[in-house]
Design a protein around this ligand. Structure first.
Ligand code: GLN
Length: 359
């Protein structure tokens, strides 16, 4: 555990103690305001290519358990924390936080003034940075072509989960395990398919509904698949979560833009426009659908963020397509919107074949 640095492309250098894997790592430096749930956050594939700063000052105090990973292995680029607790206290803890990072090949920096770092990100907007034993700003260059992060985290093979309820195809852009868990809890049979699976292959699986998952990166990087995404959503009851929401909006001609520093945390209030109720949601996104780009004759806006009024949900006026920018599966975070996954499954069950019978 030697001295290490986070060097931002804007020139600021933050000193700390290196933890986890011993390699240098470059990434987009973002922050998450959740007070708990660090295990779920570091294993959420939507963070691929990013260095997460935890705003909560103590990380590692309840260790790492055998149940709460959101993916097989973390795919984020690094972690920045304030106080690292190396003596976890929880009956289910099997590893220390730093051991988890090391085994996953992810470097981290502890003992950092995370409050100052978050203020810096908030003033510049999201910036690239490098974690290294050497504070050299020249290292902060995005080398070569931007990787297609979704390609790195999406499944390579189709996976089947049998069950006696409706059959959902989960299009995997880097899905969180708790989305699968929520579907299985509703008795759904689930088939997980790679992100580039075309309509014809999905049709051959004969699903009752399709779920477009969360995932990393800029949704526009997936533009070549928009026509297939549109076709799939026009043929099956559809739910889009986070990246899935953005992709569906884009596939129907809307636009997305990058937020200054994103929404990442477990306390983001969204208003359900139909009822006026405010729900507290888990969020992790850097992009949003641009308001003026929505075709109001095609989509209704269903949810808006209470803090910045950004679009948090859409519903198609004709097809049974619903999308949400936040995470109804939460994990970590409040379960105020868990009903969205349940309602999706109920809607599929009640729609049956009727809606598409004419085809
Ligand atoms: N959690 C997600 O699906 C994130 C979506 C997208 N990568 C964004 O940052 O906006």
């Amino acid at each position: 555990m030697g001295t290490g640095y986070l060097t931002l492309e804007t020139g600021e250098v933050f000193e700390g103690v290196l933890i986890g894997a011993e390699n240098d790592s470059i990434g987009e430096v973002v922050f998450n305001t959740s007070m708990t749930g660090y295990q779920e956050i570091i294993t959420d594939p939507s963070y691929a290519g990013q260095i997460i700063t935890f705003c909560y000052p103590i990380i590692g105090n309840y260790g790492i358990n055998a149940m709460d990973d959101e993916s097989i292995t973390p795919s984020l680029s690094g972690v920045i924390i304030g106080d690292l607790c190396e003596i976890p206290s929880h009956y289910q803890s099997i590893y220390k936080f730093s051991e988890k990072l090391k085994s996953a090949g992810v470097p981290g920096l502890a003992g950092v003034d995370t409050r100052l770092l978050v203020k810096t990100i908030r003033s510049h907007g999201t910036v690239n940075g490098v974690i290294s034993a050497n504070p050299d700003v020249k290292k902060v260059t995005t080398q070569g072509k931007k990787p297609l992060w979704v390609d790195q985290v999406s499944t390579k093979k189709t996976q089947f989960y049998k069950n006696n309820g409706p059959h959902i195809v989960l299009i995997d852009y880097g899905f969180k395990k708790s989305i699968l868990t929520a579907l299985l809890a509703e008795n759904c049979a689930v088939t997980i398919v790679p992100y580039h699976t075309p309509y014809e292959k999905i049709k051959a699986l004969n699903p009752d509904g399709v779920l477009f998952s969360n995932g990393p990166g800029d949704p526009m990087d997936l533009s070549r698949w928009f026509p297939e995404i549109k076709k799939i959503s026009q043929n099956y009851p559809t739910l889009g979560i986070c990246l899935g929401h953005q992709l569906i909006a884009l596939a129907y001609g809307a636009k997305t833009e990058k937020l200054k520093f994103g929404h990442r945390g477990g306390n983001h209030p969204v208003k359900e426009l139909l009822t006026g109720k405010v729900k507290i949601t888990a969020q992790n996104h850097g992009y949003v659908v641009v308001d003026e780009s929505i075709d109001c004759t095609t989509f209704d806006v269903t949810y808006r963020n209470v803090n910045d009024q950004s679009i948090e949900g859409l519903k198609h006026k004709v097809y049974p397509i619903q999308t949400v920018q936040f995470h109804p599966e939460a994990h970590p975070g409040p379960s105020d919107t868990a009903h969205i996954l349940k309602e999706f499954v109920n809607e599929i069950t009640s729609l049956g074949e009727s809606l598409y019978a004419a085809k």
